[in-house]
Design a protein around this ligand. Structure first.
Ligand code: COA
Ligand code: MG
Length: 301
């Protein structure tokens, strides 16, 4: 029987580290860090007068040794800003794995960039990620994710930005993020409807290991694929929380072997030691084991 692994599980995106493109030391350090993906940031972490220098730093970095085993994403400034066009030119020249668009409000923000990349004949391998960090972005998130389904749209992943969303809405930072959870779940629902990934927002207080641990556990439970990070110390806990645990892997393997039993042939529902399992659990189990294999195949940085 042919089995499909959901698109979203094809990439490991447990730990997505933001590296300010202006910071040469941090750029250099990214080679030795064990994160799954790096966002090279030209936007919020770079002051207006340093945007040009940050672009030059990225040119130099991409001309150097390749970043092994990690997705490379460049976050550009909004195309409506004075910096956006030069940032997009840089993306077209450097060809990272994805371009991350800030403050996406509506589907047209994604399709406009898709069209510009198509006009420039950028390879299909260059994907689009979108920040959901404005009130309109959250309200429109289903339509934005759906725009990723249109031919040539390239949309691959949504990243929640709570710093901007808190600023725009007045929601205060609180333990448990209770007032934000409905919006976070809207994003998860939207990506699951259209076969994309969602990455949870940054946690600013990088010295608060306990608070970070709790928020990673919450993000994983909500269905996020991983977390956007600001500091190297957040990589190990993010990898731990968003990767499957040994217990989850053992459970998934048990589901796979229960359905592989000849007695299970043609059955959609089976009794596994007093617990009902359905074929839909088999799909989930295979995706989880696939993710575990990707993790064990990763070379340590
Ligand atoms: N990526 C790569 N390396 C980083 C890093 C990052 N995001 N943040 C810190 N480091 C490195 C530092 O260069 C330092 O390296 P070294 O000891 O080998 O010299 C080491 O990790 C320890 O850093 P530390 O001294 O604890 O922090 P800092 O004062 O250098 O930096 C911040 C603190 C918050 C300014 C920095 O972590 C940062 O800029 N983070 C990203 C911010 C960002 O991208 N914001 C936009 C998205 S919300
Ligand atoms: Mg932002």
């Amino acid at each position: 029987m042919s089995r499909t692994i959901p698109l979203r599980s094809l990439h490991l995106r447990r730990s997505v580290l933001s590296v300010p493109a202006i910071n040469l030391r941090a750029l250099e350090k990214s080679h030795s860090l064990d994160c799954d993906a790096v966002i090279f940031d030209l936007e919020d972490s770079v002051s207006p007068e340093k945007k040009g220098q940050a672009r030059e730093n990225l040119r130099g970095f991409f001309a150097g040794p390749p970043l092994e085993g990690k997705e490379r994403i460049i976050r550009i400034n909004s195309l409506s800003s004075e910096f956006g066009a030069a940032d997009l030119d840089l993306v077209k020249a450097l060809l990272p794995d994805a371009v991350l668009l800030p403050k996406v409000d509506e589907p047209g923000d994604v399709t406009d960039i898709s069209d510009l990349l198509a006009d420039a004949e950028a390879p299909e391998a260059l994907r689009i990620w979108a920040m959901i960090e404005t009130p309109r972005g959250v309200l429109n998130v289903g339509a934005i994710a759906g725009a990723g389904r249109t031919p040539g749209a390239r949309l691959d992943c949504l990243v929640v930005g709570l710093n901007d969303l808190r600023k725009e809405t007045g929601v205060l930072p609180q333990p448990g993020r209770s007032y934000l959870v409905p919006w976070l779940m809207q994003v998860v629902l939207a990506v699951r409807a259209y076969g994309l990934d969602a990455i949870d927002s940054v946690f600013n207080d990088f010295k608060d290991a306990e608070g970070f641990d709790a928020e990673c556990g919450q993000g994983r439970a909500m269905g996020f694929a991983g977390k956007m990070l600001i500091h190297p110390s957040q990589i190990e806990p993010a990898n731990r929380h968003f990767g499957p645990s040994a217990e989850e892997i053992a459970e998934a393997e048990a589901v796979i072997s229960a359905f592989a039993d000849p007695d299970a042939r043609g059955l959609n529902v089976i009794n596994a030691n007093g617990r009902m399992i359905e074929r839909l659990h088999l799909v989930q189990a295979e995706a989880l084991v696939h993710k575990a294999r990707l993790i064990s195949a990763r070379k340590p940085a």
